[in-house]
Structure formats: structure tokens, C-alpha cells
Design a protein around this ligand. Structure first.
Ligand code: A3P
Length: 321
């Protein structure tokens, strides 16, 4: 049911059996051995946990609130996605891309550029800003000892709902199942970058590391200025309260949705995403309640409890919608 139209399939890698694109095999060693720089700033997440939001927050704080640059250069160029090439770097993916690009030279150039994401990350000027969804154990072993990393976690059920829509949004993903099937795959770990809890726990276990800032999406929704202040402190910046307030306003969901530099509307122009859907979908906590029937909700709670047992990982409470 997954990605039949687009990829050569998935492989499970590493001791935790992470479910990654088969294209990852070509890039694994390059990623694991890539050279790190002490002024790198990484945002690492399980997909759909608020990555884009936190990338922009981090970039703005690190770049002294440079609104001119952030609006003139798309976030994907300022803060590239490390393993993009593992998605698009297969014969099948390239054929599909070619078809979608319909001979448009500029679009083909973008598609071609995406296949080189790991090498391009190596060549970025310092300070580098790097986004990845890869789990800690697949990243360079000295990551935390060398660079600064912001990790974001979000309620697994909201992540799954958001991810489900993402698979529908990106038409090239070729996913045609319903949410119930999707959730079953998610729990089994048959969705890209799963198993979800292993991903989160690997970083949670390192949360005391001085180079790691561990954030929750729900906390940012509740109090964004507090999140901005925490990021600033982590990056050694001292913004004024007026700067914190202005950035928090700039980062609200409604403003973000309209922000062409971050909202991925460009995928529509490229023909890669559904014209009637939006990457910036709802931006809420607890939206999952509309997608889980009573049986699914009970099973989900059990699955969450089983995965959190024996850990002190505790997701923030949030009010039902
Ligand atoms: P929903 O699909 O639940 O709306 P990622 O960037 O990791 O792919 O995460 C995307 C999710 O973050 C989407 O969730 C998106 O709407 C949400 N999001 C993006 N910008 C946001 C913002 N400014 N405020 C709140 N949520 C935001």
C-alpha cells in the first residue's frame, strides 16, 4: 500500500530496525561518517512533529531575527533536509519525477539537485543548519559532542494523523489507504522512520546533554514565547522581549500558513502535491480525536502506555479540542 508509485521500497536498518527508504543504503556511510562542525545547528525530529516550525524558530534566533533573509530565501535552502536524496535517489523515483516535471527544465533541475542532498550538506558554508528525520543511532556518532541539536517530539497520535495527510498531500507518495490502515502500519513500525517511540526515546535518553535541547510541540503551542526564550538561551543569544514577542507572532500557525518561504506551496507549482491540500494543515494538539474510534483510541492508549513503561518520558497534557 505504501509508495508503490514512487520508491523502490523500504529496508529496516540498525539494531532498532528503523524503516527507511531503500535509497538510504547508498547514503548510509556518507551520512554516518560526514564531517561535523562545532557551529552546526541541527533540528532532528520524527516526521510531522513540528520540524518546519522549529527550523524557522531556530534559524531566526540564530540569525538575529533576519526577517529580510528569511523571506527572500526559502527555508529548504537555508536549512536543507539531509536525507532528501534517500527519497528521490532511485530509478523509480527519478522516472516518476521526470513524469511529474513534464519536461519542465527548471523542475528537472530541482529534482536533480535533491538527489545530491548529502553531498550538498557537506559543502554548505558555516554555520550550517541541517534538518534530519534520521534517528540518533543512524547519525554521526559524535553529533551531540560536536554540534548543537534541537529535537522536537509530538503526541504519536497527532503525528500519525499529520503523517497520513502528508502521504496524501504528496501525490507522488502513492498512498491510497485509509487512516485505520495507516495507523495499523504506524504501530507496526511500517511507516518511514518508525519505530516512533524508539526514535523519541533515543534522544530523550540524551536530554541532559548540554548540546541537546529537547522540545515538545504541545509546549510550543501552549507558550511559544517561552519556547523562543529556551532556544535563545540554548544558542547563547539574548533577545529583547520585543524580539521574542515579534518572532512568536511571526511563527503563529496563521502567519506561517501564509508564509511562502516555509509553507511548501511551491510543491503545488512543481506538481508534486495535491492542489486541494496544505502542508500547513491544522497546527493543533488533539486533532487525532477526530480520526480514532473508541476501539482505536483504547488500543492507542495501551500502545503508548506499553512504550512509555519504565521510562520517565512524559508528554505534556493538552486540553481536548
Ligand atoms: P498538522 O498536520 O497536524 O497540522 P513537520 O514540519 O514536522 O512536517 O510538521 C508539520 C506539522 O506541524 C503539521 O501538523 C503542521 O500544520 C504543523 N505546523 C507547522 N507550522 C506550525 C505552526 N506555526 N504552528 C503550529 N503547528 C504548525
Amino acid at each position: 500500500t505504501f509508495n508503490l508509485a514512487f520508491t523502490d521500497g523500504y529496508v529496516r536498518v540498525g539494531p532498532k530496525g528503523y524503516f527507511v527508504r531503500s535509497g538510504y543504503r547508498k547514503e548510509a556511510a556518507k551520512i554516518y561518517n560526514m564531517s561535523l562542525r562545532p557551529d552546526d545547528i541541527w533540528v532532528v525530529t520524527f516526521p510531522k512533529s513540528g520540524t518546519t516550525w522549529v527550523q524557522e524558530l531556530v534559524w531566526m534566533v540564530a540569525n538575529d531575527f533576519d526577517y529580510v533573509k528569511s523571506s527572500s530565501i526559502p527555508l529548504v535552502d537555508r536549512f536543507p533536509f539531509l536525507e532528501m536524496s534517500t527519497i528521490v535517489n532511485s530509478d523509480k523515483a527519478q522516472a516518476k519525477m521526470k513524469e511529474l516535471c513534464g519536461g519542465n527544465k527548471k523542475h528537472m533541475e530541482i529534482a536533480e539537485m535533491l538527489t545530491k542532498s548529502v553531498s550538498l550538506a557537506e559543502q554548505l558554508p558555516s554555520p550550517r543548519f541541517i534538518k534530519t528525520h534520521l534517528p540518533l543511532t543512524l547519525l554521526p556518532p559524535s553529533l551531540l559532542d560536536t554540534t548543537k541539536v534541537v529535537y522536537v517530539a509530538r503526541d504519536a497520535r497527532d503525528v500519525a494523523v499529520s503523517y497520513f495527510h502528508h502521504y496524501k498531500l504528496m501525490t507522488f507518495m502513492g498512498y491510497y489507504g485509509d487512516f485505520k490502515d495507516y495507523w495499523a502500519s504506524f504501530v507496526k513500525g511500517d511507516v518511514e522512520d518508525c519505530p516512533y517511540f524508539e526514535h523519541v526515546k533515543e534522544f530523550w535518553e540524551q536530554r541532559q546533554h548540554p548540546n541537546l535541547l529537547f522540545l515538545f510541540y504541545e509546549d510550543l503551542l501552549k507558550d511559544l514565547p517561552a519556547g523562543v526564550r529556551r532556544v535563545a538561551q540554548f544558542l547563547g543569544k539574548h533577545p529583547s522581549e520585543a524580539q521574542v514577542t515579534a518572532l512568536s507572532e511571526y511563527l503563529t500557525f496563521d502567519n506561517f500558513k501564509k508564509n511562502k518561504s516555509v509553507n511548501f506551496e511551491v510543491f503545488k507549482e512543481l506538481g508534486w502535491s495535491d492542489k486541494n491540500m496544505s502542508f500547513m494543515r491544522k497546527g493543533k494538539a488533539g486533532d487525532w480525536r477526530d480520526y480514532f474510534d473508541a476501539e482505536m483510541a483504547a488500543q492507542a492508549q495501551q500502545w503508548i502506555d506499553d512504550n512509555l513503561r519504565g521510562t520517565d518520558l512524559c508528554f505534556p497534557e493538552h486540553d481536548p479540542k
